[in-house]
Design a protein around this ligand. Sequence first.
Ligand code: PEP
Length: 265
Amino acid sequence: MFLYAYVYNRFMLLVANWKMNFTVTEAVRNFKKFSKLESKNTEVIIAAPQVSLATLGELAKTTENCPLKIAAQNFDFHPNGARTGETGIAQIIDLAPYALVGHSERRMYYHEHDKDCAQKVAAALSVKIRPILCVGETALERERGHAELVVRTQVAAGLAGVPSNRLGEVIIAYEPSWALSTATNAKLCDPREAKRMLGIVRDEIKALFGAVGARKVAVLYGGSVDSDNVTSYARTSEAEGFLVGGASLNVYSFRDILDKMELLK
Ligand code: PEP
């Protein structure tokens, strides 16, 4: 009953990860459609492709009653300087109030390690950008029985540079990479298993910062979430929101997820 109240009376987060999709023109067109979405109990965040970050960041600020906030998908932890081709954290301060850190695709394709994630989380906080730290095991790690250890290690490493008085600004998304819609042989994570793993995330935060600290961090779930399964994930997994890839590319499929979340109240 307590958990029911805990989940159902909370303001939730819904993050659309547009990944490496859309030209700037397409992103603007989509943003305009998404900005008509109605949400009362859900904070809607668009993780914009880097090429569109400045344009969408400005649009989010100048569009009247815009319900959307912008997140960067990636950044360099250095504020600025001699890093050709990169985007420094200080360059996005006035564009994106949120930033993804350590998405599994960055860990997999760009070899981002826990140490990089720790630096990025700390760098984001230093300029008052809320980091969304992504954690989750691969299929092989799960097969080998290492899922819990991997996730605990990623959480502990990612939070290593976070002072306890800034913990409430951090968001953690548990996303098992084998459950992403784009994974080879993608499988849905059973909502009960998602609940267990989100419990591991919370338990690790508790071990590091105590029970009060653990309650400050919003913990999201991501992995093939769509309008058919979002209610079940919300009810069973006790996630405080969702990170959505594939189903966020189209305003209608995204709206259906948002509408279901709004009904959870
Ligand atoms: C993601 O890549 O963050 C994600 C959750 O993707 P999908 O919803 O497509 O599984």
